[in-house]
Design a protein around this ligand. Structure first.
Ligand code: NAD
Ligand code: 89Y
Length: 344
């Protein structure tokens, strides 16, 4: 029998609870220690998941534990020091999104892990949602031919501030927090981007950052996409946290619509299917779509460590998604299109 990988979780906040549930579902890895600088969060998560080895200081965690990986679930400002600490201790690391507050920090993390010869994966989980994987599978089947247009859309009025109050206070909001997933999905479905043009707005007067963003992208493949996201869109049926997708190809179309309805028109006519994610035993609606993707990406990490392969959302890959975020903010400020290659 292959020994279980010994992991530690750093950051026991709002979202980390999903990661802890997911680790319990995954064979081949277990969380043996946890760390949070807030003793209350350490106790809540430690008690809930029966983890006795607890640390308020990440340096003490690395000094005392023998680890096969660390799962960093803190917010972005702490990612650089924590990933660098993992690299210094030769421990492979998963790092939550947004990878970093700046592309320079992200590049430093990629370099630190590469120099240390340890794997680094960004927990960019939205592309692992089963409805998004279903869209990718249709593209791979060739049924709609060559894609020339895409729309990745996330529009909602869900109150994300009650669970994540820090989202209301930062100068940057929707592109960095949520649009980052949509931009990554656009890359996943249509490939890398050469140019992005962005418009933003703040509709909710109680928050500091932008809550609406519309981005037009030129993909290197020749396809054009629109990535639009909003937390100021009040709809008859609240779709949170569904990403809707439209792709037009030379031979047909894909539509991922509300309620996980997938409609594919291809060479052989139209097929409609329900691609709803399963409701895992520990999951709760409407978060179950995201929760299932957490299991999928963490399984992928375990497979990559076992096989020595690079994660799909490695640190190096995620530089291209984070560059889109930086370019979107720069373009929103200037009103001009921004070239991506100059940033990378
Ligand atoms: P949170 O503030 O609830 O939790 C973060 C925790 O990290 C806190 O308990 C804090 O005390 C701890 N922490 C911060 N710095 C630390 C350090 N240096 N050492 C030890 N502990 C430290 O935040 P959250 O809402 O759980 O979000 C965490 C991250 O997860 C964010 O980057 C957020 O964008 C991301 N997130 C991802 C998804 C997703 O689907 N991938 C969903 C929600 C949130
Ligand atoms: O933080 C965000 C994320 O990554 O997914 C949804 C979210 O929790 C709120 O926008």
């Amino acid at each position: 029998m292959v020994a279980e990988l010994r992991g530690a979780l750093i950051g026991c906040g709002f979202f980390a609870v999903n990661q802890m549930h997911a680790w319990r579902d995954i064979a081949g890895a277990a969380i043996v220690a946890i760390c949070d600088r807030d003793p209350e969060r350490l106790k809540v998560v430690g008690d809930q998941f029966g983890i006795v080895r607890r640390y308020v200081d990440a340096a003490a965690l690395f000094a005392s534990e023998s680890l096969d990986f660390v799962d960093i679930a803190t917010t972005a400002p702490s990612h650089l020091p924590l990933v660098e600490m993992a690299a210094q201790n030769r421990v492979p690391a998963i790092c939550q999104k947004p990878f970093a507050p700046s592309l320079a920090d992200a590049k430093a993390m990629v370099k630190a892990c590469s120099d240390a010869g340890v794997a680094l994966m960004v927990h960019e989980n939205f592309r692992w949602q089963s409805p998004i994987q279903a869209v990718r599978a249709v593209l791979d089947s060739g049924d709609i031919g060559t894609p020339f247009f895409g729309r990745i859309s996330f529009r909602s009025a869900y109150d994300v501030f009650s669970g994540q109050p820090y989202l209301a206070t930062g100068k940057r909001f929707i592109i960095e927090d949520l649009g980052i997933h949509s931009l990554d999905i656009a890359r996943f479905l249509l490939g890398d981007v050469s140019t992005i043009t962005t418009r933003t707005a703040r509709i909710n007067p109680k928050i500091a950052g932008e809550d609406v963003a519309t981005m037009l992208m030129d993909h290197k493949s020749g396809a054009t996409s629109v990535v639009d996201c909003s937390y100021a869109t009040k709809l008859a049926i609240e779709p949170f946290p569904q990403t809707l997708v439209e792709i037009d190809g030379s031979d047909g179309t894909i539509r991922l619509e509300q309620n996980y309805r997938l409609s594919v028109t291809g060479r052989n006519g139209t097929a409609v299917s329900d691609v709803s994610p399963p409701l895992l035993p520990w999951a709760s609606r409407p978060w179950h779509n995201i929760q299932e993707s957490v299991v999928a990406i963490q399984k992928h990490w375990v497979d990559c460590l076992a096989n020595g392969t690079e994660p799909a959302t490695s640190g190096a890959d995620n530089l291209r998604t984070l560059a889109l975020v930086e370019a979107a903010y720069a373009g929103a400020a200037s009103g001009e299109p921004v070239q991506l290659d100059a940033l990378l």
